[in-house]
Design a binder for this molecule. Structure first.
Ligand SMILES: Cc1ncc(C[n+]2csc(CCOP(=O)(O)OP(=O)(O)O)c2C)c(N)n1
Ligand SMILES: [Mg+2]
Length: 293
């Protein structure tokens, strides 16, 4: 096992890089299904929807040491949306930060893998649960590592629902004021939140214009397309003096049509008989994605 994951191949858009990241994303999705199946429920749609971004960050871009999680120069992944933890557990297990077998304890009493993750879990930088708290903390970290003269970057994942939280925008203002170009915010625009489609609950569009008006470098991409994520990261890394926002259009439940088509997919309960179909559908769509390069 490689101790320090230094990230970034020379030519990041090379076909072998994309192929291997797709294989990682596939594996993350398998872990997500396995975790949720044991408890029969969970934030499955979010885990499946964000697998492509997590594959790129954990297996291409971020620098970290799986054996030394407090390495001061590590890149930080800040999960603002604690309920997306199922996806992060999958990535941490693939990255050898958590034992793979521990995934079987997801959501169980006494487990370190709570449905809404917290910093007592190895690899978690902050506590999750209260929406709108992640970006403010990520701003503090970005400022802190810069003041310490460290090369670390901060990658923060937030949701479209969190754009309805005032604290998110206060943090956005501060980040551009301090020209935090070591800060990368990924906004998962799955157009879903607990009470239904985001556009119906409280519209947040036009999202890019809002981040641009707050002084951020902005891109909007298909968040389920690994090549697009890689290309957007390249552009963000080349842009200086501004924090970077990447607006990701993603599909909740990506890869499992049974879940993609659920009207209310924020927290899903799945009948015991449906899991086999879900697993089958994931393998079929994995094959389809392979065929499409
Ligand atoms: C401050 C705060 N307000 C309300 C909640 C309850 N809550 C939990 S998840 C959620 C939906 C947020 O939207 P989003 O993260 O986009 O949901 P998803 O895409 O996962 O369905 C809400 C309102 C919370 N956890 N924290
Ligand atoms: Mg959402």
């Amino acid at each position: 096992m490689k101790e320090v994951f230094m990230g970034r191949a020379e030519n990041c858009l090379a076909a072998p890089v994309i192929r291997s990241l797709k294989a990682r994303a596939k594996q993350l999705r398998r872990h997500v299904l396995r975790m949720a199946e044991r408890v029969g429920q969970g934030y499955v749609g979010q885990g499946l929807g964000i697998a492509d971004l997590l594959a790129v960050l954990y297996f291409h871009e971020m620098r970290y040491d799986a054996t030394r999680l407090d390495w001061p120069d590590r890149d930080r992944f800040v999960l603002s949306i604690g309920h997306y933890s199922i996806g992060l557990y999958a990535a941490l297990a693939e990255a050898a930060i958590l034992p793979i077998e521990e995934l079987d304890t997801y959501g169980a009493d006494g487990s370190r893998l709570e449905m809404c993750g917290s910093e007592t879990t190895p690899g978690f930088e902050i506590n999750g649960g209260s929406l709108g708290q992640g970006l403010p903390q990520a701003v503090g970290m970005a400022l802190g590592v810069r003041l310490d003269g460290r090369p670390a970057r901060i990658f923060c994942l937030l949701s479209d629902g969190e754009l309805q939280e005032g604290a998110t925008w206060e943090a956005a203002l501060a980040a551009s004021h301090y020209r935090l170009d070591n800060l990368f915010a990924f906004i998962d625009c799955n157009n879903q939140q607990a009470d239904g489609p985001t556009e119906k609950v409280m519209s947040i569009e036009p999202v890019e214009d809002k981040w641009a008006a707050f002084g951020w470098q902005v891109q909007r991409i298909d968040g389920n397309d690994i090549a697009s994520i890689l290309a957007a990261l390249e552009q963000a890394l080349a842009a200086q003096d501004k924090p970077h926002a990447m607006v990701l259009d993603t599909l909740m439940g990506k890869g499992v049509p049974l879940f993609e088509q659920r009207a209310k997919s924020h927290f899903i309960r799945v009948d015991a008989a449906e899991w086999e179909l879900a697993r089958k559908q994931l393998e079929e769509s994995n094959k389809e994605m392979d065929k499409n390069g």
